[in-house]
Design a protein around this ligand. Structure first.
Ligand SMILES: Cc1ncc(COP(=O)(O)O)c(C=O)c1O
Length: 362
């Protein structure tokens, strides 16, 4: 296979920076990839990463940190561990909708509030049935480019304080700050904001979610093998292990990435993301052939921008980019032929974005 491109703006898997490539080389050279996932060497790697994640995101001591295979598996695990009968999902695009489908596929009733693509739900003016055991939302809906503002999450938490809340942060974490106390479960994979390869998922699981899962287990409700109790057992007693043979390379890389972000300061990374996004939105708003898909600037994603071009322009700019060995990410699903999505993750440099703008300058 030949090298597909030199630089990608795809929203995931994302561009891998040189420092991460160096970490990969280090892990390979030192045989980290071949250590036993039941041995002391793996424990050291996993403990390093759990601690680094906990420190970076101020994950409270009573929240468990689990390694999974993907964010998709996060939906499955939440559906089986946290919902006996009913859930409620805010749907504003493909990924938030997929969680609702996943709940349905496990035989749970999932009430939905559906916003049109490109818009965000009016979270605080929706009636969520009292029977809902879990509320799900997607912090950054990667398919459409809308982001839930932080104060909406806080207010939702206050309004429905008795209900469990699970938040998908797959395409925002690593590029922003989060207040982990504001939800019971946060889950993500690594191939987006973290700037790492795909194939690792992580869940932060709070005490109320753990309690709910254990209560379901004691009622003999089927939760499958990947239940929080089993996952906790593998992590406990200083083992830091997983049920499955995990993605050891990515666990190592994630720990290293956390340490770097800790040094830069998460707030600085977040601020830079916001400044760069604002510059990019201004650029595309004043462009004759392009416009941001999301009309309301207050809910536009700073992490994954969705830009409407139309079919002809899309072909033109994609070809132009590809001549320079640059990949522009396509729109999602029904937006594939008319829109592009642009990652604004920390792994991409300011110079990369100057190159991007040049593509659109003629
Ligand atoms: C918001 C969001 N959630 C979940 C997923 C699924 O992630 P994974 O493919 O790692 O399971 C994606 C993938 O693009 C996503 O963008």
């Amino acid at each position: 296979m030949k090298k597909p491109f030199d630089l990608t703006f795809s929203v995931g898997p994302t561009q891998i920076s040189q420092v991460v490539k160096d970490d990969i080389a280090h892990a390979v050279a030192n045989n980290f990839l071949s250590v036993s996932h039941r041995g002391e060497d793996f424990t050291q790697i996993s403990e390093m990463t759990v601690n680094a994640l906990r420190q970076l995101y101020n994950v409270p001591e009573d929240y468990r940190i689990f390694f999974t295979t993907s964010a998709t598996e996060g939906w499955e695990i939440c559906a089986r561990n946290l919902v006996e009968k009913e859930a409620f999902s805010f749907v504003c695009g493909h990924f938030s909708s997929a969680f609702a489908h996943c709940l349905n596929s496990w035989g749970k009733t999932c009430h939905e509030d559906v916003a049109p693509w490109g818009e965000l739900n009016d979270h605080l003016n929706v009636d969520i049935p009292q029977t809902a055991e879990l509320i799900t939302l997607c912090h950054n809906e990667t398919s459409t480019g809308v982001t839930v503002p932080d104060d909406t999450i806080q207010k939702l938490r206050q309004k429905y304080s008795d209900c469990l809340l699970a938040i998908d942060v797959t395409s925002s974490i690593g590029a922003c700050n989060l207040d982990i106390n504001q939800a019971d479960v946060w889950y993500f994979s690594t191939q987006k904001g973290w700037g790492l390869p795909s194939g690792l998922g992580v869940m932060f699981v709070g005490p109320r979610a753990m309690a709910k899962s254990k209560a379901m287990l004691s009622k003999h409700l089927p939760q499958g093998f990947f239940n929080f109790t089993n996952m906790e057992k593998q992590m406990a007693d200083g083992k830091y292990q997983t049920i499955q043979t995990p993605n050891i390379l990515n666990i190592y890389l994630l720990g290293q990435q956390c340490k770097r972000l800790q040094q830069t300061g998460l707030q600085n990374v977040h601020n830079k993301t916001l400044v760069r996004a604002s510059d990019l939105y201004n650029f595309f708003e004043s462009h004759p052939n392009a416009k941001p898909f999301v009309e309301d600037p207050t809910v536009r994603s700073p992490f994954s921008l969705c830009i409407e071009l139309g079919e002809e322009n899309l072909t033109h700019y994609k070809q132009k980019a590809s001549q320079q060995k640059i990949e522009l990410g396509s729109g999602y699903g029904k937006l594939k032929k008319t829109h592009i999505r642009i990652a604004n993750y920390p792994a991409l440099t300011d110079t990369d974005f100057e190159i991007l703008k040049e593509i659109f300058e003629s």
